[in-house]
Design a protein around this ligand. Structure first.
Ligand SMILES: [Zn+2]
Length: 182
């Protein structure tokens, strides 16, 4: 446990050292999108290895816009057809907006018509946490980032082959990294 805490602390310190590139709070308030710090694409050194991040609300608020914070840390849902990532068709990776863990590949993205970025499988099942969500009188399966716990969306059993699954994800919870930048 002590090792995990140390790792988490190291991560936070590492993040803080690069967070100078984010926009000021006044820019965020004015609707300016903060520059994305490099660590928002941050795959594990060993594929499949996950060190859980457990940090503070204050930290998340310092690196996320209000909408990103609402989706990722308060299980929010962005309005459908609102994310520019809906229309992204180029090759690349969709990483967790909060911690940079690569969650979905463009090769599994499909047009679901729902207005949210949709994928038929994650990059690595270990990178996704799934929990039953009984909010709003429905029983759905919530999908979160396995490293930071950030809410991503839900998974439904009505997707295309080969999995038959539809990961319905908030664009605000993702950061697209083009293949050339990987
Ligand atoms: Zn994450």
């Amino acid at each position: 446990m002590r090792i995990l805490l140390s790792l988490a602390l190291l991560f936070v310190l590492a993040c803080n050292s690069t967070s100078q590139t984010t926009a000021s709070s006044s820019d965020v308030a004015a609707g300016v999108t903060p520059d994305l710090p490099e660590y928002r694409y941050d795959p594990p050194a060993q594929p499949g290895e996950i060190n859980r991040i457990d940090t503070t609300t204050k930290y998340w608020k310092s690196i996320l816009t209000d909408q990103e914070f609402h989706v990722l840390r308060e299980d929010g849902t962005e309005p459908s057809f609102s994310s520019p990532l809906n229309d992204v068709k180029e090759a690349g990776v969709f990483a967790c907006r909060a911690c940079g863990l690569p969650l979905f590949s463009s090769s599994t993205k499909f047009e679901s018509g729902t207005g949210w970025p949709s994928f038929y499988e994650p990059i690595n099942s270990l990178y996704i946490q799934q929990d039953v969500d009984r909010k709003f009188g429905m029983e759905r399966v919530e999908v979160s980032c396995a490293r930071c716990g950030g809410h991503q969306g839900h998974v439904f059993p009505d997707g295309p082959e080969p999995t038959g699954l539809r990961y319905c994800i908030n664009g605000a919870a993702l950061n697209f990294v083009p293949e050339a930048d990987l």
